[in-house]
Write a protein that binds this ligand. Structure first.
Ligand SMILES: [Fe+2]
Ligand SMILES: [Fe+2]
Length: 267
């Protein structure tokens, strides 16, 4: 079985690129299941109901969110009855939606969950590790589930790596999101879990982490807030990873996905 994961879709350009490219990618690479992080898909902050439905209609099997999960309130009613959207499992004790879901694809059972990190994050989230422990006490790769994908949505690479090693041998893939820059540490950990600290974003790389440069530059250079961050709208590059699994659910290989040209360059 092959699964693909795409990092944070940022704004209209990210959505459009995914919607125009994904079907072809899935069929040419024989991908059985697609997860995409969409916490920034609507105007850079949150996910509207319509955009969620568009992504699900475009070969995305499961959407994950992040610290921006509830920035667009339209998503809240959809979370109650759309199994394909997974919010962070440790966001708070009482928040809408499900922190993990089990899917079926190609006669395989795929569990997707998302955890938030706590280091350098603006909001206070619950400790992710007891939630992971609870899931792994119930679901064992190769026994009652064929694949486990963990989206670790965090700022600090150290925390993401800790989650990776904590899940090693128990998850098929631990993939970082949130920092919007693809990292070069793509690998399979010693007990068989595929890992990359950050998938990168699916958006315009001629930007500051997906946002038009003007406002972040104003804040950095002049220490002034001039308005809200707006997504950059040049052509997007889709970034993520594709993982081929062994029969026992561990990773056989992991490949970097880049669709749409050179990052941040007009070349
Ligand atoms: Fe985030
Ligand atoms: Fe993000």
């Amino acid at each position: 079985m092959r699964v693909a994961f795409f990092g944070d879709i940022v704004g209209k350009t990210g959505r459009q690129k995914l919607e125009s490219s994904l079907n072809q990618y899935v069929s040419s690479e024989k991908i059985d299941f697609v997860v995409a992080n969409a916490e920034n898909a609507t105007s850079g902050a949150g996910l509207s109901a319509n955009h969620a439905i568009d992504l699900l209609n475009a070969s995305v099997d499961c959407i994950t969110l992040g610290d921006h999960a509830y920035d667009n309130k339209e998503i809240i009613p959809l979370l109650a009855h759309t199994k394909q959207i997974v919010r962070p499992i440790n966001y708070s004790d009482d928040c809408p939606g499900q922190g993990w879901q089990i899917f079926e694809a190609n006669d395989q059972r795929i569990l997707v969950l998302q955890v938030l990190g706590r280091v350098f994050m603006k909001k206070k989230f619950l400790d992710p590790f007891p939630f992971l422990e609870e899931i792994f006490s119930q679901y064992k790769l190769g026994f009652n589930v064929d694949c486990i994908i963990v989206d670790v949505h965090a700022e600090a690479t150290s925390e993401k790596m800790a989650v990776g090693h904590f899940c090693d041998g128990k998850a098929s893939l631990v993939i970082g999101t949130h920092t919007h820059v693809p990292t070069g540490d793509t690998r399979i950990l010693e007990n068989g879990t595929a890992f990359q600290s950050d998938a990168g974003m699916s958006g315009d790389y001629n930007s500051i982490i997906g946002m038009d440069k003007a406002e972040p530059m104003r804040r950095f250079l002049k220490n002034q807030i001039g308005g809200r961050f707006m997504p950059a709208n040049g052509e997007a590059t889709l970034c993520g990873v594709a993982v081929e699994l062994n029969k026992n659910g561990t990773a056989k290989n992991i490949k970097v996905i880049r669709i749409g040209g050179v990052l941040g360059s007009s070349a």
